[in-house]
Design a protein around this ligand. Structure first.
Ligand SMILES: [Zn+2]
Length: 113
């Protein structure tokens, strides 16, 4: 059984095409970021536990979750541990449902990152 550190090291060493062999193929993958994308700002603090209402595929080095807490929504980003990037971060922005779903759509379309 591989521990999380070992598993991360293996994924880091693989090019994307090989890593995708482990893709469960259920959740969406964000499109490649477009040149004109909006840069979201990310911080280390987020909503208290909350409820994950949507998420992207875990096969990528970076996975995103749309989290709801008391009618407020925020996007959480999980990345493999690497220098200068926290493993979990959150958008500075918090939105109501409609706005949040629009930003989630943009994120999946590569229009926000
Ligand atoms: Zn996948």
């Amino acid at each position: 059984m591989d521990g999380p550190v070992t598993a991360s090291a293996v994924v880091l060493a693989l090019p994307d095409a090989l890593a995708e062999e482990d893709c469960p193929g259920i959740s969406p993958h964000p499109a490649a970021p477009r040149p004109e994308r909006t840069a979201l700002r990310w911080i280390g603090q987020g909503l208290a536990p909350g409820r994950v209402v949507a998420y992207t595929c875990s096969c990528r080095m970076t996975a995103y979750e749309l989290v709801a807490c008391g009618g407020v929504y925020q996007i959480r980003r999980r990345t493999l541990p690497r220098r200068g990037v926290p493993p979990v971060s959150w958008t500075v922005q918090r939105w109501r449902r409609g706005e949040a779903l629009e930003w989630w759509r943009r994120l999946l379309a590569g229009q926000a990152q």
